[in-house]
Write a protein that binds this ligand. Structure first.
Ligand SMILES: C[S@@+](CC[C@H](N)C(=O)[O-])C[C@H]1O[C@@H](n2cnc3c(N)ncnc32)[C@H](O)[C@@H]1O
Length: 422
């Protein structure tokens, strides 16, 4: 159906609300939808698709104007990236706008600077160039412009992956086992899953395959004492609880009351009975003292730049800066130091981020190991192989990539506190 003038103005209004990025794009969009309850499901979907599409191509779109307005961005996006032709949109736009459309459609990408071609901020391209070739940065940038697939995790406390796959097939939902995670399913059509009985009964949870794999590196066992130090809304906690078969003690710490609040209904659905969510003031909270040296396994999924999730959160390209990354590094170091104190001798810690930058990843671990001689680094590739998970290009560290693994860009390192010598 051809675009109508009313639909075009809705797309422009939604874009105008989000583009200044005074908050995360998804928060601004939800706010906008709450303020406009008259918008139907289709209008909302079209606005969200356009706003996120513009964010994915914003460097190119802005390069085409002196100072682009929301209206110009929408028209340029629809015609260059959504295949709407000039004849179709002409009745809805001004004469002067119709004049620049052919130029924007024809601009060859290869003539533009790498940061525009890759749709990455110049400061980030510069950081990546320290360890990547330009054509690899371009391939990465291009894959990060694609929307991510929808991955779910089967809650093995309540269901088996084969049974869930059968039920999804019966419901006419295109679904495939994920290639690496033994409990993952990929849903290429991205159906709305949160009203499906499998979801409501706690048999499935939305979770990127990369995030699932981190749980297999920690590999907590039944009956152990385990801490998820930065549990947030509990995405990874729930997998850890399932790997523990709901036996033992799993503390879910976070500084955010709101995130832990979002965890509560998920925990209830999961059927797990060994999880203890607890808010802490900071990584120096006194509550942590009593657990020092007592914990078998600790997951530290630290706050990070999130640059490995640009497929889902393209707005991070503007919300992160060189100085925010410097602040994050200090926090990451401090959280890792505090979390490591909880480990008993022989205990294992997984440090994880969804960042692509070595300074938030291996450099934090290398710095930690240089000052903690009682910790050793384990090999992620070997730990996966022990569990029959065969990932390509994984060495001592895990760096998942949307390009090579079709997951978000997760990083992980596994360290162990040296066992007692006696
Ligand atoms: C990357 S997110 C964790 C996501 C979560 N593990 C999941 O799988 O859904 C990082 C979390 O660290 C929390 N955080 C920030 N500072 C913290 C601190 N000092 N101690 C513990 N958690 C902290 C944030 O509130 C945020 O929820």
């Amino acid at each position: 159906m051809p675009l109508t003038a009313e639909q075009l103005s809705l797309l422009i209004a939604g874009t105008r609300k989000v583009l200044p990025l005074q908050a995360p794009a998804d928060v601004l969009l939800s706010q906008y939808f709450r303020d406009h309850p008259q918008l139907g499901q289709n209008d909302r979907a079209a606005i969200a698709e356009t706003v996120f599409g513009i964010l994915r191509h914003r460097f190119f779109l802005e390069s085409q104007f002196e100072k682009a307005t929301a209206r110009e961005m929408v028209i340029a996006y629809l015609t260059r990236f959504q295949g709407i032709n000039l004849r179709e949109i002409q009745p809805l736009i001004r004469e002067v706008e119709a004049k620049w459309i052919p130029r924007i459609k024809a601009t060859p990408l290869a003539t533009l600077p790498l940061s525009i071609q890759a749709e990455l901020p110049p400061w980030l391209v510069e950081k990546l160039q320290a360890f990547m070739r330009d054509d690899d940065i371009l391939s990465l940038g291009k894959i990060l412009q694609q929307p991510a697939p929808l991955d779910i995790r089967v809650n093995t406390i309540l269901a088996k992956r084969e049974t869930v796959l059968t039920e999804l097939a019966q419901a006419g939902i295109d679904a495939h086992p994920t290639p690496y995670s033994p409990v993952g399913i990929r849903l290429p059509g991205k159906p709305t899953i949160n009203r499906h009985p499998l979801f409501l009964e706690g048999k499935i949870e939305v979770q990127d395959e990369g995030s699932q794999l981190l749980g297999y590196l920690l590999a907590p066992k039944r009956g152990e004492m385990v801490v998820d130090f930065c549990a947030g809304a509990g995405g990874k906690t729930l997998l850890l609880g399932a790997l523990m078969h709901s036996h033992g003690r799993l503390y879910a710490f976070d500084v955010s009351e709101k995130r832990l609040g979002n965890f509560k209904p998920r925990l209830k659905r999961s059927g797990l009975s060994n999880v203890y969510p607890q808010r802490i003031d900071s990584e120096r909270d006194m509550k942590l003292k009593r657990l020092a040296g007592k914990i078998d396994r600790v997951l530290v999924d630290v706050p990070c730049s999130g640059l490995g999730t640009l497929r889902r959160n393209p707005d991070l390209k503007w919300r992160q800066t060189l100085s925010s990354i410097n602040e994050l590094k200090i926090k990451q170091e401090s959280i890792l130091n505090a979390a490591a104190k909880l480990l008993k001798r022989g205990g294992r810690l997984v440090y994880a981020t969804c960042s692509l930058l070595p300074e938030e990843n291996q450099q934090i671990i290398e710095q930690f190991l240089a000052t903690h001689s009682d910790f050793i680094l384990l090999d992620c590739g070997q730990l996966f192989a022990q569990q029959q998970i065969h990932l390509t290009s994984v060495g001592v560290f895990l760096q998942l990539s949307p390009l090579h693994h079709h997951t978000d860009g997760f990083f992980a390192a596994v360290i162990e506190r040296a066992p007692d010598q006696n």
